[in-house]
Design a protein around this ligand. Structure first.
Ligand code: WT7
Length: 637
């Protein structure tokens, strides 16, 4: 295991050095730990100018054989997934590797019986139940490309994604439980499908058994389909042998334009990278129970609930509910109940639980915890120490893991107990990761302790390969700002020891509770509201969410009842994007600060939203400096 697992600081440095000096040799050695139908010889081909990256290009494999089949002989009876339901009174479920293997095969048969095949795009819109994991893996088993959509997105968001991916199959549930809510997933899908006549099959898994419409010829029940393949005696599906560079999944994410893009990950590189990063960052040991609190609808769930841990033969805990329901002790009860060893969550959850004090923690046995992780947004010093003191009892390293949907896996992070943690710093790059900071002209910043824009100078196996259906957009988004470099969209600083501290997005992307939301997307949604003339959306610091959404709106139609109009606008945003994009504050204004060429000066709006009234910078180029005073006067607290 020594080439794979980093067990000392010296090994970290050694692996890092080797990964930079000879990436092909380094990754070939890591890749040799997996099950291939054809071992790759051609390790890396790349070009960032005309973005084209291929890892293990002549390798052939099926990722589900690596996640399931190869573990059966040694640990078939080891739990692969432990599922904790939303309601603590309901019984939990445990799926061993044998069970999961069987169920994935069965559902893969269902997909095949319904005509799905290699290369088809399959959209998955489900709650956090084991069948979601089964559906994802069944797609990979038959070589179909999954695209999971988070349960909080609206019908319109789903139909946009279905159209972009031209997905003919949808897998969903009647409903989903989240805290006190019962979310009508199938109903949302029905609305989405009005605009998607090309969808030929919807497979509906029962969870809440709320009344739903089932359209003859299009909609079928998961349970009935399973019975059919059982009756036919269909068991294991021969795993489709895929090329390493075939597409594994599409995951839509926001950028600085109005339209989300489909980030595409391919099989071989993603598998190798998520597994390698999982084992090393969290210092996973066989037998460990790993609890990643993310939803599988986001990249964190893809990489660190499913593929990374399952590839390692780990026990991955999947939680249907939310941290604060029925009370704010939910995470700690789960840790105690299953003797969780690795806990991986988001700063927003930590800050929210911090607010509930120690009542829900005191008396609970958290002694099984060995490693604590955070992801999704910068963690503030207070939350970091709270996590370290009260959850880890200063006895479990906290890993602050920086990465993105596009990077596939963790890029910059301390390695639990091996490299040093530093509060608010993601710290050092993993082997294979070559970060650098550049100034706005793209000139590399060599000195330390100054801020710059975070880029990568070389490819790593887990990186995105394209944006679905639009490679030009991918090149433009990530490789044109600083030619020859991958630009992350984040700002960062570096200390004298080489530790990176990520300060946040430098583009028009917000990070609300660890979820990425483009300001242009929110503006588009607000502008669709009847009466709205124009709007501008910026982020502002929020105690729990990290960033809140502040919208300045010109509306000619408030009918004197601003509060009602505000609520109407929120309703429109919920319809167009989903509740996650609802502005926290809407200020009605009569004008927006614009330059003479008509560009909105967001810098000023951002400062005002942050509470700044004095140092707004240069306002002399404004078309009408008067609007600024009006906006300051009307600022919402
Ligand atoms: C953006 C990516 C990576 C999975 C979850 C979010 C921010 C992520 C950190 C961290 C500071 C972080 C960045 C990044 N971010 N992790 N440890 N420290 N910022 O994935 O939705 O693709 O968002 O999240 O701004 O660009 P995502």
């Amino acid at each position: 295991m020594s080439v794979f697992k980093i067990s000392s600081l010296e090994q970290y440095h050694q692996q890092y050095r080797e990964s930079v000096e000879n990436p092909e040799k380094f990754w070939a050695r890591i890749a040799a730990h997996f099950h291939w139908h054809k071992q790759p010889k051609n390790i890396l081909e790349w070009n960032f100018d005309n973005f084209d990256v291929k890892w293990f290009r002549d390798g052939e494999l099926n990722i589900t054989e690596n996640c399931l089949d190869r573990h059966l002989a040694d640990r078939g009876e080891t739990p692969a997934l432990i599922w904790e339901p939303n309601d603590p009174e309901e019984h939990h479920r445990v799926l061993t590797y044998n069970d999961l293997h069987e169920k994935v095969n069965q559902f893969a048969q269902v997909l095949k019986q319904n005509g799905a095949k290699k290369g088809d795009r399959i959209c998955i819109y489900m709650g956090m139940i084991p069948e979601l994991a089964i559906a994802v893996l069944a797609c990979a088993r038959i070589g179909a490309i999954h695209s999971v959509i988070f349960g909080g997105f609206s019908a319109k968001s789903i139909s946009d994604r279905l159209q972009d991916a031209q997905a003919a199959y949808v897998i969903t549930c009647d409903g989903a439980y989240r805290g006190a809510k019962d979310i009508p997933l199938k109903e949302v899908i029905d609305d989405a499908l009005i605009a998607c006549p090309f969808v030929k099959r919807v497979i509906v898994c029962t969870r809440t058994r709320r009344p739903i419409s089932m359209i003859k010829g299009r909609d079928v029940w998961w349970e009935d389909e399973i019975k059919k393949v059982e009756t036919l005696g269909l068991k294991n599906v021969h795993p489709e042998v895929m090329n390493a560079e075939d597409e594994l999944f599409i995951l839509y994410t926001s950028g600085s334009t109005g339209k989300p893009k489909g980030v595409v990950h391919t099989i071989g590189g993603y598998m190798v990278y998520t597994n390698y990063s999982f084992v090393n960052v969290f210092q996973y040991k066989p037998g460990d129970v790993h609890f990643c609190t993310a939803d599988i609808g986001w990249i964190t769930g893809h990489s660190y609930i499913l593929y990374g841990p399952l590839c390692a033969g780990a026990t991955s805990l999947m939680f249907e509910g939310i941290p604060t329901w029925p009370d704010a002790g939910r995470f700690w009860d789960i840790v105690e109940k299953y003797q969780v060893n690795i806990l991986y969550t988001a700063p927003t959850a930590i800050r929210s639980l911090m607010g509930f004090g120690m009542d829900h923690i005191t008396g609970k046995d958290l002694s099984s915890l060995k490693v604590l992780g955070t992801v999704g947004e910068p963690i503030n010093e207070e939350a970091w120490h709270w996590y370290d003191n009260n959850i880890g009892k200063n006895n479990s390293p906290v890993v602050d893991t920086w990465w993105q949907t596009e990077t596939g896996g963790i890029m910059i992070s301390n390695i639990a107990g091996i490299t040093s943690a530093k509060p608010t710093f993601a710290t050092l790059p993993l082997p294979g990761v070559q970060p650098l900071l550049v100034d706005e002209n793209g000139v590399e910043i060599i000195e330390n302790n100054v801020s710059g824009n975070l880029c990568m100078r070389a490819p790593w196996p887990g990186m995105l390969r394209t944006t679905y259906g639009d490679h030009e957009r991918c090149k433009k988004t990530y490789f044109s700002t600083y030619p020859g470099l991958y630009f992350t969209g984040d700002g960062a600083t570096r200390d004298d020891e080489g530790n990176y501290r990520i300060t946040g997005r430098v583009d028009d992307v917000l990070n609300v509770s660890g979820h990425r939301i483009g300001t242009a997307e929110v503006e588009n949604a607000i502008n669709m509201h009847a009466g709205v003339v124009e709007s501008a959306v910026v982020g502002y610091p929020h105690d729990v969410k990290g960033q809140g959404i502040y919208a300045y709106v010109i509306d000619e139609n408030t009918h004197g009842d601003e509060e009602l109009t505000r609520r109407d606008i929120l309703q429109t945003v919920t319809r167009i994007i989903g509740a996650i994009a609802k502005p926290d504050k809407i200020q009605f204004v009569s004008g927006l600060p614009k330059t003479r060429s008509g560009k909105i000066m967001r810098r000023i709006l951002r400062k005002i939203a942050e509470g700044e009234t004095q140092n707004l910078g240069d306002t002399s180029t404004l078309l009408d400096p008067g609007v600024v005073d009006e906006i300051i006067k009307g600022k919402l607290v």
